[in-house]
Design a protein around this ligand. Sequence first.
Ligand code: PHE
Length: 355
Amino acid sequence: MIDLAQLQDQIKSKLSGIENQSELENTKSFFLGKKGLITLAFKGLGTLDPSIRKEQASKLNVIKSQLIDKLNMLQQEIASKEINKNLNTEKLDITLPAKKIIKGKIHPVSQVIDELTSIFSEIGFSVAEGPDIENEYNNFTALNTPEHHPARDMHDTFYLDKDKKTLLRTHTSPVQIRTMLKQKPPIKIIVPGRTYRCDSDMTHTPMFHQLEGLYLDKNINMGDLKGCLEYFLKRFFENDKLKMRLRPSHFPFTEPSAEVDISYKIDNNKIIVGEGDRWLEVLGCGMVHPNVLKNVKIDSNKFQGYAFGVGIDRLAMLKYGITDLRSFFEGDVRWIDHYGFDSNDVPTNYRGLSK
Ligand code: PHE
């Protein structure tokens, strides 16, 4: 028969020596495992005389449950000791600078669209949009460009069907038609968007971006158009001294029509916009042709308006000194890293457009 006093002494001394998880496990199996002292003691009960068996069994039960309680307590102590040890040794300094972060950048085209939206919203324009895939009517006919008109060749159109009814829009002007069909004047919109022409070299890509402007109301004239463009160009190039001039031109959907040049000079092989005495063409514009208004059932005796169209990519090239238009659409991360903008620097009128 096992000596219970001796067993308790053994338990006491084993428990006092426990420092970590594995010592705890060893002690546990030393007493309670398959061949543990207490397990064996229970097994030995059968050989005892029935008169003492019961008392011995209940004493063993008490010892066993006390041991289990103590082991559980020790288990918790060891766990929290280990957590504290880890907290002390594994320090994470969240104020250290992060390593190897690749930051996304805003593409110059998106940047310029944001800048233009900001500039024009200040003088009451809202943003309209239309689809890239257009029908021939909105892109040409409704814009007073009938079949066989030479302007259609000029645009080198990507047609999407044999009948030449569906196409990739060659300019943002069809959104003028879409808007005027939906909305009654006054209308004051800008339309940024993708446009397509069959053309590719240093300064032309088959897909490029335009911004259309349309202002339709009573008593709008060329003077309003000039004032609007002068405000926009000065704000966009962030140069109040910028000089611009209107040159007579021709578009089927405006009458009279003009092209707009801005002054520039070359300094140290770099183009400086707004200064100097050379001229650079930047946009086409004019008064909306009465035939166009007729096509959308607006009375041209009541309402007049101006429209303009400007190449967004070209504006980006001029403002940010980018020389090859094709590089805009190659998706080279080194290029975007160099020419891109921080996503937190949203252009606003009050905080500044590009600085
Ligand atoms: N749509 C013309 C182009 O692509 C530009 C333009 C727009 C001209 C509006 C006049 C008025 O060349």
